[in-house]
Design a protein around this ligand. Sequence first.
Ligand code: GRF
Length: 221
Amino acid sequence: MKQPIRIAVLISGSGSNLQAIIDHQKRHSHEYKIALVISNKANAYGLTRAKNANISTQVIEHSQFKSRETFDKALQKTIDDTQIDLIVLAGFMRILTPAFTQHFLGKMINIHPSLLPKYTGLNTHQRALDAGDTEHGLSIHFVTPELDSGPVILQAKVSITPQDTEETLKEKVHQQEYLAYPLVIEWFAQAKLEFKDHQTWFKQTLLSKPQQLHHLNDLVI
Ligand code: GRF
C-alpha cells in the first residue's frame, strides 16, 4: 500500500491553517503525515497546536542567525534531515532566499490571502477594501524565488459587502483557507499536482488558470 507523504508545516504565528491541516489529517491519514512543524518564533501559538496533536516541533529563531542565508541553511538542513516530500508554508512570515526556494522548487507551497496577482505582500484585506473591490479571496501557489508570484494552483473567492471590515473579511477568507489548503495537500499526495516548466500541472494537464474551489465537482472534504 502507498505510504502517506511526509510534510513539514512552517509557521510564525497562530497556526489556524495548521490546525485545519491537523484536523484533516486525522480523517485522511493515508494521504499525508505532518512529520514536523517548524516555527521561526518561539512563542507562536501554532507550536501548542502541534504539541496537542503529538506532532514534532522545532523552533529555529531567525534572530539567532547573522544573515538570511545562514538562517535558510539551517532551515534547509532540518528539512532535508527529516526527509520531507512537501513543505507547506502556513503563515510563515519570512522572505526565503533564492537558494532555498531553488532547493525545494516544486516541493513547496504557500497560501496567500488575496486573489493573486492582486495584492502580493502584506495587509491584503485592507488593501482590497480600500480599493473598493467587490471580491477577495485566497491563492495557493508553488513557491518560486519571486515573492507571492509562483504559479497558482487553486483560488477561492469571497464577496465583499459594504459592511465588511478588515476583521470580517479576514475571517471570511480564513474559513475558505481551512477547506482549500488540506485539499491541495491531498492533491499533491495523490500525485495529481506537478510543477513543471515553471507552471502548474493538474492530472497531467497544464493548468491555464487556477482551479476554483467552488467549481470543483469532486469536492469531498
Ligand atoms: C493566513 O491568512 C495565510 O493566508 C497567510 O497567513 C495567515 C496565517 O494565519 N499566509 P494562521 O497562522 O494560519 O492562523
